[in-house]
Design a protein around this ligand. Sequence first.
Ligand code: IMP
Ligand code: MG
Length: 182
Amino acid sequence: MGNTSAESSLEVLLNASQIAARIRELGEEISGDYLGRTPHLVGVLKGAWIFMADLIRHLSLEVTVDFLGIESYASGTTSSGEVKITKDLDVSIVGRDVLVVEDILDTGRTYHYLRGVLSAHQPESLKLVTLLDKTGRRAVPVKADYVGFQIPDVFVVGYGLDYNQQFRRLPDVRCLRHIACV
Ligand code: IMP
Ligand code: MG
């Protein structure tokens, strides 16, 4: 199977080797910061699972993992901040060093909501690592502790990220040109 015509019309913003190199760096930084501790990684489904799978293989730490399934209601390509939890955490995060793993921070509304939910469970610490950050689009005050790449205000797909559930399997991050590509 080759590329579909829809895929080949997408412009590559970050290729697979750039992503891999940056994740290696993030892994080293996070391993240093959590030295001697066992962080509990909480991946936000579905977008973040490929990133999380690559990231944990660059951590030189014991870690535990869990997943949170969410659906954020979107109007077009912008999230509304209304979030439905479709899969709750399996294990308690009380007293844990929680590191949330996200695919992308856009308006920040989704993480703003999640942060409220998670901090109510009294983790020892709560941090966020996001592969992508559209800083210029923030609507609420949310900052990631670790950022893979800052990207401009473009809608991206691939490496786990979707547009209407499409394109998650692409090994690189590409731009949906017909919406907004720089
Ligand atoms: P926020 O609530 O606006 O920060 O949006 C966060 C969520 O919206 C992400 O977890 C993604 O699921 C989705 N999202 C935002 N921007 C993009 C994008 O460029 N491509 C794919 N999904 C996106
Ligand atoms: Mg999504």
